[in-house]
Each structure stands twice: as C-alpha cells, then as structure tokens.
Design a protein around this ligand. Structure first.
Ligand code: SDX
Length: 429
C-alpha cells in the first residue's frame, strides 16, 4: 500500500499520513510528522500496534505460526542447518557457501577463549549467585577487556565485536555454570563443533575424558537455532534502544540479557519448569488451570501465550520433538514433568478460555524439560536462551547502526501528573 495515505482527524485538524508496505506482513502508517502537524502523540504502551523500525532479518506471522529468518522457515533451518550457519544467515543475510561457512566457523572457533584476566572477575561473585546475574555482569564488563572493538562507527570493529560475542558467549555461560557448581573452568577445544564445545565446557571434569554425545550436541545446537532471533521482542528492542545512543556493543548486549531475564520473556523457561515441578502430578492440573483463568490470581501458565503468536509457536513444535529425542537418547522413559506438560497442553488446548484468548504453548514450554534432561539446573535455562539470542541481538544491532533512518530512541508520554504549581516552604506544609 506504499503511496497511499491514512487520514487522521483530531480536534479541528485533519491530516493525511503516508503508508508503507513491506515485503510481507502488515503495512505501516508513518506517523513521524503527526506531532508536528497535530500537536498530538500516539499512545501504545507495550507497543502492541507499533513498528519500531524497518528490518530485513526476521518475520513472524503470529496468526499462521510462521517464523522466517531472512526468508527461510525456522523448520528448515533447524532441520537442515546448524547454529553457526543460522548465525551467518542472520548476520550477512544469505546462506553461506561451503567456503564461507568454513571460514566463519574457523573465525568463531578461534575467538572462543576469553581474556585470562576475566577468570578473576568471576571470583567477585558469591557461588550461589544466579548465573544470569553473573553473565549480565561479565558481558557488561567485556568492553573493559575488548576496548579495541567498541568504535561503533567502524564496520570492521562492529564485525569483530559481533564475532567475539557469538564466540565467547558459550565460554562465559559455561564459566558461569562451572563457578555456580564449584568446578574448575574448562577451556574451549577448537576441534569440537559449537554445541559440543559448549556442552564439554559445561560438563567435562579434569578427572575423566569427556566424550561428546552427537545426539545431545545436535539437540543443543537445534535449541540454539530455535532461540536465535525473534523480530523486535522486548530484549531485542532493549538492545536497539541502548545501541541508538551509541553505547558499545557489549553494553548493549548486557542490557538485552537484563531484559531477557524477566519471567514474562526469557525467564519463562525457568518459570515454566518450576511451574511443572510445583504442579507435580496430572491430577493437580485443573487447580492450576483454574488459577490461570482467575482474574484475581496473578498466576499465569508459564510457557503459554505470546504477544505475536495467536497460533502454535512453530518453535514449540520443534522443541517438543527435540525433547522426545533427548529423553529417548538418555533412556528417560516416563519423565513425570513431561507427562504433566503433555496433559497440561492437552487440557489447555481444549479449554474455552485458552482457545478464546488464543493461548498456545510457546518455545519456553518444552525447552525446560529438555535442558533439565541435558543436565542443566533451572537457573541456567535463561543463560542458554541469552547465549543463543546473542546472534539475534547482534544482527539487529548492526542493522540498526547501518539504518540511515536511525536516530536515538526517545519516546514521549501522556502526562497525567500534577499541573504546574508553586513551591510550599516546609514551615507552611
Ligand atoms: C518469550 O516477544 C517475543 O518474541 C518473546 C519470545 C522471543 O523469542 O523473544 O518469543 C520469548 O518471551 C515467549 C513468552 C514467554 N512468556 C511466558 O510464557 C509467560 C506467560 N505468558 C504471558 O505472561 C503472556 O502470554 C505474554 C507475556 C507472553 C504475552 O503477554 P501479552 O501479549 O501482553 O498478552 P496479555 O498479557 O495481555 O494476555 C492477553 C490475555 C490476558 O487476559 P485479559 O486481560 O485479556 O482478560 O491472555 C491472558 C491475559 O490474562 N493470558 C494468560 C496467559 N498469557 C496471557 N492467562 C493465563 N496464562 C497465560 N500464560
């Protein structure tokens, strides 16, 4: 619909605002001149009807349950590719040739170590600190160690910082886990693929050889692909807003990690597993479903619902399949949590409340069961989400920096506070 316009009448003013069409998806009304022409702002807390930017990276059709990365369906990327291929695609916009993939894999692999001085940084935290608090702090400190890739106006430095983030997040996440469990840090090994390297850094101990399990490594790699990017979600929007001020990439990613931690966002995988544990057995599900429907009860079914998906989250389907693969490989026949999850899903998908509100399982509903089976404590679940989403944040951050329309993000407000009034001296109050 580019070239048409939208009429707005407010008070005695009537104006026409230009509209723009994307490749696919909803058109937008460009309101950039609305305030100048009418003196009024738009009002959209939570940004339910607001496009914050133009992007070519990821597209979601929430009604159809479609997720595309640079046009490729998530199902195909998860089935046929690996996480570093998805990283290349998100960063550069095209699937890599064999030579490009080998070069990218080599460059990432050879940036997986962190500055040795960073090991001292961890010792400042209590051992029982939540790994997300540790990762958020350590990533924020990266600009103190890698100051040579913080000039955001230099495309070369931006790409160096991007590669460093993708390469070092597994190492930092594994170090946070090792510190949490009181085991020695494990250095990356360059002859292992990305997911196997990460699992080894988490679960290897000096006392015995660690032999990667290809089924579990493939599952971990697929979980990373499923979490890589997701349009302008809360944490990505946080990274873009932080980046719009010119902050260095490490600080922006740390801001994204902080936002992701919330239970309404990336913290939902930890919250969902804790919820399944609290429910315990299938016979208690009706009690919790009733609570989720009770307006006076703040309880929500964690891992259900989504701002955009009003259909099944396509990632949740792949996640469920991966869950079964991992449990089968580990010989876990009847995981009580999986039983509760499957029954809870069955009940919720047939309940009028969830049908009417279009509440379906999202990616966080099954991921926790899989991550627990892989050996991770619930406190590490959101760290793994942050590890995978780092490439999405970095790709979106680069796109924002290179966007000629990009300016510092500075929303306005609807002010409902006190009108101007004079100061009252203390003696007269
Ligand atoms: C992620 O944005 C992304 O793309 C995020 C993400 C990504 O990859 O980046 O996909 C990752 O964050 C997935 C979402 C994980 N969060 C959860 O699973 C937490 C539980 N879900 C909810 O908190 C909620 O569904 C949200 C936060 C996900 C979405 O919230 P919205 O879009 O603001 O919707 P809402 O809260 O206004 O809910 C609409 C209605 C409400 O009822 P009414 O006020 O209209 O009567 O549905 C109800 C809600 O009460 N509702 C739920 C519910 N989720 C929404 N009721 C019970 N249980 C739920 N889980």
């Amino acid at each position: 619909m580019t070239g048409t316009s939208a009429g707005v009448s407010i008070g005695d003013k009537s104006i026409e605002l230009p509209t723009r069409s994307g490749t696919i998806g909803p058109d937008v009304i460009d309101i950039g001149t609305l305030y100048k022409q009418t003196g009024a702002f738009t009002y959209d807390p939570g940004f339910t009807s607001t496009a914050s930017c133009e992007s070519k990276i990821t597209y979601i059709d929430g009604d159809e349950g479609v997720l595309l990365h640079r046009g490729y369906p998530i199902e195909q990327l998860a089935e046929h590719g690996d996480f570093l291929e998805a990283c290349y695609l998100l960063l550069y916009g095209e699937l890599p040739t064999k030579a490009q993939k080998d070069d990218f894999d080599y460059r990432v692999t050879h940036h997986t170590m962190v500055h040795e001085q960073m090991t001292k940084f961890f010792t400042g935290f209590r051992r029982d600190a939540h790994p997300m608090a540790v990762v958020c702090g350590v990533v924020g400190a990266l600009s103190a160690f890698y100051h040579d890739s913080t000039d955001i106006t230099d495309p070369h430095q931006r790409m160096v910082a991007s590669l460093r983030m993708i390469a070092k997040m597994p190492t930092i996440a594994a170090m946070a886990y090792k510190y949490h469990v009181g085991q020695p840090f494990v250095y990356p090994k360059n002859d292992l693929d990305y997911a196997s390297n990460f699992l080894r850094m988490c679960f290897a101990v000096p006392c015995e050889e660690y032999v990667p399990n290809p089924v579990l490594s493939r599952a971990m790699d697929r979980i990373f692909i499923l979490h890589a990017d997701h349009e302008q979600n809360a944490s990505t929007s946080t990274v873009r807003l932080a980046g719009s001020s010119g902050a260095n990439p490490f600080a922006c990613i740390a801001a994204g990690i902080a936002c992701l931690w919330g239970p309404a966002h990336g913290g939902a995988n930890e919250a969902a597993l804790n919820m399944l544990a609290e429910i315990g057995t299938a016979d208690r599900i009706p009690e919790y479903v009733a609570r989720a429907k009770d307006k006076n009860d703040p309880f929500r079914l964690m891992g259900f619902g989504h701002r955009v998906y009003k259909h099944y989250d396509p990632r949740a389907r792949i996640m469920q399949k991966t869950t079964h693969e991992v449990l089968s490989e580990l010989g876990i026949k009847d995981d009580p949590m999986l039983e509760v999850a499957l029954e809870l899903e069955r009940i919720a998908l047939t309940d009028d409340y969830f049908i009417e509100k279009k509440l379906y399982p999202n990616i966080d509903f099954y991921s926790g069961i899989t991550l627990k089976a892989l050996g991770f404590p619930t406190t590490m679940f959101t760290v793994l989400f942050a590890l995978a989403r780092t490439v999405g944040w970095i790709a979106q951050w680069n796109e924002m920096i290179e966007d000629p329309e990009q300016r510092i993000g500075r929303p306005r407000q609807l002010y409902t506070g006190a009108p101007q009034r004079d100061y009252v001296p203390l003696s007269k109050r």
